[in-house]
Design a protein around this ligand. Structure first.
Ligand SMILES: Nc1ncnc2c1ncn2[C@@H]1O[C@H](COP(=O)(O)OP(=O)(O)OP(=O)(O)O)[C@@H](O)[C@H]1O
Ligand SMILES: [Mg+2]
Length: 117
C-alpha cells in the first residue's frame, strides 16, 4: 500500500504510531506544493478532501457549499469555474482550490447523477 493511493486504512497497514491518523498524504501534498512554489514552479493545490486539512494548512477557511468565495464543491457541481474559486496563498507561486465539509455530500450527489446515465 502506497501512502499516496488514497485508501483509508486507519489503524492498519502502517507503523501504528498514531492508529487513528493518516499516513501523511495531506502533509506531503502541502509540503511538496510549498517546496515547488518556493523553487518558483507554479503550483495549484486542489483540495479534494472534505476534511479540508490542506485548505486550513495553507491558512484558508474551509468553505461551506454556496459560500460566496466558493470551493472545489462548486466546481464539481458546475456552479463555478476553477479560476473563480482559486485563492492566493502566502507564496506567490502557490495557489489553492479550497474544499469544505459539503464535499462529503458531493460524492453521493455525483454518484447518483452519473449512475443514472
Ligand atoms: N513525516 C512526518 N513525521 C511526523 N508526523 C507526521 C509526518 N507527516 C505527517 N505527520 C502527522 O501525521 C498526522 C496525519 O498526517 P496527514 O493528515 O497528512 O495524513 P493523511 O494521510 O492526509 O490522513 P487522512 O487519511 O486522514 O487524510 C498529522 O498529525 C501530521 O502532522
Ligand atoms: Mg489527509
Amino acid at each position: 500500500m502506497s501512502p499516496l493511493d488514497g485508501s483509508q486504512h486507519h489503524g492498519q497497514g502502517h507503523s501504528g504510531r498514531e492508529p487513528e491518523r493518516g499516513v501523511g498524504k495531506t502533509t506531503t501534498a502541502v509540503n511538496l506544493s510549498a517546496s515547488l512554489a518556493v523553487a518558483e514552479k507554479r503550483v495549484l493545490l486542489v483540495d479534494m478532501d472534505p476534511q479540508g486539512n490542506a485548505t486550513s494548512g495553507l491558512g484558508h477557511t474551509r468553505q461551506a457549499a454556496g459560500a460566496k468565495q466558493g470551493s472545489v464543491y462548486d466546481v464539481l457541481i458546475g456552479e463555478k469555474s476553477v479560476a473563480e474559486v482559486t485563492r492566493a496563498t502566502e507564496l506567490p507561486f502557490l495557489k489553492l482550490v479550497p474544499s469544505g465539509q459539503d464535499l462529503a455530500g458531493a460524492e453521493i450527489e455525483l454518484v447518483s447523477e452519473f449512475g443514472a446515465r
